[in-house]
Write a protein that binds this ligand. Structure first.
Ligand code: CP
Ligand code: NVA
Length: 296
């Protein structure tokens, strides 16, 4: 994977995904033992806020012996102060990799087209592939991927859902999506994942689930429709009644940040069945594996 981009969960083969997850497990067991990126620098472009993505990439680069530079939304005003192509070309002369969190997915595609160094999608309106890598590491730890646990995504067919679908397909993990009418995953993603069923009944949707996953009802950039979405998504809240329809030992997942009382109740997200902090921590380990594979 050296020198390649990671813009989509579909960018990696099953073998590459498995190798990355194995590497992430090794890096987790020996978190300061790998200095594969000594002297390397990662530029991190953010058009949106972040806690986990920024801290996990920056910590990961430091632990690997390198350094990360945080570029806030106001620092470079991607595409306004300077074109996406010019930003990519300039950064390529100075750094060894670029991670970008953007609104329009086209911007990470444009960065990759203009850069000579690997570009990593740190979340776009279309996908969140680093999140999916960490999530499948978490599912592997708690359920074992060889057991083919059933993953049910409940809520908006959004960026997080898209990347989970694509990686579930690659890793041969059974998945279902339960969402309101009109909030389905994009038809192109559904077409790429024909075995993933999309249903509109949340209670029936989670039946037999080993893993229940949800995300916010209004993603960053969708604040204007948040009030409308609260009404549409009300019956898709992950609460004790919904969890009771899954397998008795089903785990709960959320990429975070979460809104208690909206997409999930405090009772569920703060329960022993919730693995959300493992997901957050695994961002560090999974992304270190990715950084070493792309930039090592
Ligand atoms: N899950 C995630 O990407 O968190 P941040 O938005 O805090 O980076
Ligand atoms: N779907 C959410 C994920 C945040 C990590 C968003 O795009 O805001």
């Amino acid at each position: 994977m050296k020198g390649t981009d990671f813009l989509s969960a579909a960018d990696i083969t099953a073998r590459q995904a498995t190798d990355l997850l194995d590497s992430a497990m090794r890096l987790k067991a020996d978190r300061l033992g790998c200095r594969a990126l000594a002297g390397r620098v990662l530029a991190m472009i953010f058009e949106k806020p972040s806690l986990r993505t920024r801290v996990s990439f920056e910590t990961g680069m430091v632990q690997l012996g390198g350094h990360a530079i945080y570029l806030a939304p106001s620092d470079i005003s991607l595409g306004r102060r300077e074109s996406v192509g010019d930003v990519a070309a300039n950064l390529s002369r100075m750094v060894d990799g670029i991670m970008a969190r953007v609104f329009e997915h086209e911007k990470v595609v444009g960065l990759a087209a203009g850069a000579d160094v690997p570009v990593i999608n740190g979340l776009s309106d279309w996908e969140h592939p680093c999140q999916a890598l960490a999530d499948f590491q978490t599912i592997a730890e708690h359920r074992g991927l060889a057991n083919r646990p059933t993953l049910v995504f409940v809520g908006d067919g959004n960026n997080v859902c898209h990347s989970l679908m694509l990686l579930a397909k690659t890793l041969d993990v059974p998945m279902r999506v339960a969402c309101p009418v009109g909030f389905e995953p994009d038809p192109a993603i559904c077409a790429a994942c024909p075995d993933i069923e999309v249903v509109h009944d949340p209670l029936a949707g989670v039946s037999g689930a080993d893993v229940i996953y949800t995300d916010v009802w209004a993603s960053m950039g969708q604040e204007d429709s948040a009030a409308h979405r609260k009404q549409v998504f009300a019956s898709f809240q992950v609460n004790a009644a919904l969890m009771a329809r899954a397998k008795p030992d089903a785990i709960f997942m959320h990429c975070l940040p979460a809104h208690r009382g909206e997409e999930v109740t405090a009772e569920v997200i703060d329960s022993p069945r919730s693995v959300v902090l493992d997901q957050a921590e695994n961002r560090l380990h999974a992304q270190k594996a990715l950084l070493v594979a792309l930039m090592g």
